[in-house]
Design a protein around this ligand. Structure first.
Ligand code: OGA
Ligand code: MN
Length: 324
């Protein structure tokens, strides 16, 4: 990572409607480099060098916009692997996304989402396991909502994109909550939803035993509040999506109907934003208050994306077993 001092101003442009913003005028790699420098010994130094203050202010602008808008598009960043991970780490510890193995020493910090196999060959068949997995992501979800402490953030960057389709769409669940009528708000307050990876993978893959036995062991169903407070803004938000299986104390059919109804009402304009990717773009979203889904594309064209996931903060006295 090179460090060119920049005097540019961060430009935050809110999207039309009520979902997300686009930020230009900042190089994330440059902000990420500060995180690399901010080792404990550095942090202990009393005075902030003058040339540091300005980038830190720019990071504060980015962070504030991210909290407010929920999803931020950063066009043309062309982040490398290292800068992608380093910038993501400014938001918190990265999450182990290997569901089979929790050994922090052995975890990659970014994952690939692509219709390309390990040998680097294009996988065009929509029925291939790899593409079934990608199609699972085409249903509204919050990353890792099936984990006890679900993810805080995800950052996706595009390496290769199809000529058409393959957008990623976002929906703001705080705005969705605000749009509910009073009776619905009262009805759902305090409800507890069971999220399960086995459930959503079964729905996506259509197989009876969708999880590897190690995944099954690491990912028992978890309970999440249906209405959750987004800590940075204090706003109420719906925590739903494809991993939501059932609701405590409600029969499965009634729960399914309620979850489907809420999801359907939530993910509509003006609360949505579809990011049309260009190679080099990065998009950062807040999984605590946003849902997202991939949009279909023709699998005979390659789409190669890399993602980091920032682990959710544990409540006081707890720890996140998925944080690296
Ligand atoms: C993700 C995801 C959808 C897409 O990266 O978490 O769901 O558009 N991606 O690739
Ligand atoms: Mn996702």
């Amino acid at each position: 990572m090179s460090s060119t001092a920049s005097t540019s101003t961060v430009i935050v442009t809110p999207h039309e409607g009520a979902c997300g913003a686009t930020i230009t005028g900042v190089r994330l790699a440059e902000l990420a480099e500060l995180a690399e420098l901010a080792k404990p010994a550095e942090l202990a130094k009393p005075a902030e060098p003058a040339d540091r203050a300005e980038p830190d202010e720019r990071f504060a602008v980015v962070l504030d916009a991210w909290h407010t808008y929920g999803v931020i598009a950063f066009p043309g960043q062309h982040l490398d692997e290292e800068a992608h991970a380093a910038f993501s780490r400014r938001l918190g510890r990265l999450e182990n996304t290997n569901l089979r193995e929790r050994d922090p020493q052995r975890q990659p910090t970014t994952i690939t989402l692509a219709n390309i196999n390990r040998r680097g060959e294009l996988v065009a068949d929509p029925e291939h396991k790899l593409n079934k997995f990608l199609q699972g992501n085409q249903h509204w979800h919050s990353d890792s909502s099936f984990k006890r402490i679900s993810a805080k953030a995800s950052m996706l960057r595009a390496i290769e994109v199809p000529t058409e389709g393959g957008e990623t769409e976002y929906a703001d669940m705080r705005a969705a909550y605000d749009a509910l009528d009073g009776a619905t708000k009262r009805r759902i307050e305090g409800l507890v939803v069971v999220h399960s990876a086995a459930y959503s993978q079964h729905a996506a893959m259509g197989t009876e035993t969708p999880l590897h036995p190690d995944e099954e062991r690491n990912l028992p169903p978890v309970r999440q509040p249906l209405v959750r407070v987004h800590e940075p803004t204090g706003r109420r938000s719906l925590f739903i999506g494809r991993h939501a299986r059932s609701i405590d104390g409600m029969d499965d059919a009634a729960a399914r109907a309620l979850l489907d109804e809420l999801l359907d009402a939530a993910c509509r304009p003006p609360r949505t934003y579809a990011h049309r990717w260009a190679a080099g773009d990065a998009v950062l979203w807040d999984n605590r208050c946003m849902l997202h889904r991939g949009r279909p594309w023709d699998f005979s064209q390659a789409r190669v994306m890399r993602r980091t996931t920032v682990a959710g903060d544990p409540p006081p006295g707890d720890r996140n077993e998925w944080a690296l």
